[in-house]
Design a binder for this molecule. Structure first.
Ligand SMILES: C[S@@+](CC[C@H](N)C(=O)[O-])C[C@H]1O[C@@H](n2cnc3c(N)ncnc32)[C@H](O)[C@@H]1O
Length: 273
């Protein structure tokens, strides 16, 4: 018998209430590094599947750069914003918007892609089988020489973020212990507050191995920032450029992986032994 799908309506509510809008301004280093990494890795990849496309900030910039986008997003409010932004720039013909849960997207889907970008759905799936299931489905629609880009939230990065932004988290010791031990708190109230999975490197390696994907690179998307985004936000543009260029260079250093909140993992289909 099929197991009942985990209910993620609280995650949809969180994003429908536009709780994520303004993140690019609040977390500028992550945005600058992510934009630079996407342009490096996606440069010659024509057909791109983007999962968890949100308000379409990366979708429109990639469409503007000439990529053909398929953008899948759970939140109807965010999809509406993304469509309006695309229309303003006359990019609607380059983006196929789908407003649905990624777990339903792959049913009888036979198109394949040059690259798949997952910046959200994977770390919002708190059941391990769901994460493995999603990686396998993504791999199925990836071309043989295609590139997979999957983002993860880090367990250690969360600690420095909470210490800076929400020091009273330490008083909720069950939550702290559960997340540090398992990456999730199964008791987390499904009340529309942020709920996700915080990864350890072992999870990331296991997930890719089980899906038959070979990891090419792991980048911290915000090395060294912890929760202190203001340090970068308040720099002038010249300093921002110099610092982001330096940080991008050290973003693949394993010492940097736990110093940020999120990781971008680049992989491809593993060759059969
Ligand atoms: C942190 S936001 C990131 C949005 C965008 N990728 C970006 O980087 O700005 C995560 C996004 O993933 C979407 N998401 C989460 N779970 C999803 C699912 N199962 N199916 C489709 N989208 C999902 C959320 O609605 C949200 O827009």
């Amino acid at each position: 018998m099929n197991k009942k799908k985990d209910d993620i309506s609280d995650i949809k509510s969180y994003y429908d209430e536009l709780s994520d809008i303004g993140r690019f301004n609040r977390q500028q280093l992550e945005h600058v590094i992510t934009t630079k990494l996407l342009s490096i890795y996606l440069n010659d990849r024509k057909d791109i599947l983007e999962l968890g496309s949100g308000s379409g900030v990366y979708t429109t910039s990639l469409a503007r750069a000439g990529h053909k986008m398929t953008a899948v997003e759970l939140s109807s409010s965010l999809t509406k914003i993304a469509k309006e932004e695309a229309q303003k720039e006359n990019l609607q013909d380059k983006i196929d918007f789908k407003c649905l849960d990624v777990r339903d997207f792959f049913k009888s889907h036979d198109k394949t892609y040059d690259a798949i970008l997952d910046m959200g759905p994977l770390y919002h799936l708190t059941e391990k089988e769901d994460r493995i299931g999603l990686m396998l489905k993504k791999k199925k629609v990836l071309k043989e020489d295609g590139l997979m880009i999957s983002c993860f939230l880090t367990r250690i990065g969360l600690v420095s973020y909470m210490m800076n932004k929400s020091p009273s988290w330490i008083d909720n010791i069950e939550d702290v212990i559960s997340i540090l031990e398992k990456g999730v708190n199964k008791e987390h109230p499904r009340n529309g507050s942020f709920r996700g999975h915080f990864s350890h490197l072992d999870d990331i390696f296991e997930l890719h191995e089980k899906a038959g994907l070979e990891i090419l690179n792991i980048h911290s998307q915000d090395p060294g920032i912890g929760g202190r985004d203001e340090i970068f936000n308040e720099m002038n543009n010249e300093q921002k450029d110099k610092w982001s260029n330096l940080l991008i260079q050290i973003s693949t250093d394993s010492m940097a992986w736990g110093s940020g909140r999120s990781l971008m993992v680049i992989s491809k289909k593993a060759k059969a032994p």
